[in-house]
Design a protein around this ligand. Sequence first.
Ligand code: ZN
Length: 215
Amino acid sequence: MPWYPDNDKTMELKGHLKVKTGANTPVRRVVIHSVGSAAPENPNQSGACWSAWVVEQATKKVSAHFCVERDGRITQFADTNDVTYGTGWCTSGSIHIECAGNHPLPLTREQMDYATQLIGWLAHVHPDIRLEVEGTGDSDPGDPTKACITCHRFIQQAAKREIKAGRLNAMTITDKSCPGTGIIAQLPEIASRALRQKALRAMGLRAQDDPERQR
Ligand SMILES: [Zn+2]
């Protein structure tokens, strides 16, 4: 029952359009999203996610496991062993993390600190996650079927490539800016900081012992 011990709030999603209970194992990848908020500095974007998914898009398979607010507070929506519907392709075996904000804003320092602490914990409780980024950009979105850190945009781009090559059944693929150029440029930093967080945890040290946090 992986619920993040340091989450600030839980807003549990229920029902087959929002979670597929117990079907997410083995968890192998982390998928970074952005909320795409019309008010990107709004301090309660987890609440906006909840109402988008549960009220406005109540009949759609759309959800995520976490939202990291601009000030680093973390809301958890689903057990990490449950599938959430953050993408069409590669939605299962993934942890979907919504980052408050909108394209092209990067993560704030606080979001980076707390998101990477979260991802370090995820890799600790789900050891099949590999804290390396797959893909470098639109021309090279990588292979998101691998254990990795990736993002929504790369998954869409890779799906189009795979369909064109006849390796994936045809389906409608919408281009997504999510999580936006600012966060995509931060993916290598997210991976390296998360890796250090995992190592600190394994050594029994605190998140704050990352030199990046001593500033
Ligand atoms: Zn997304």
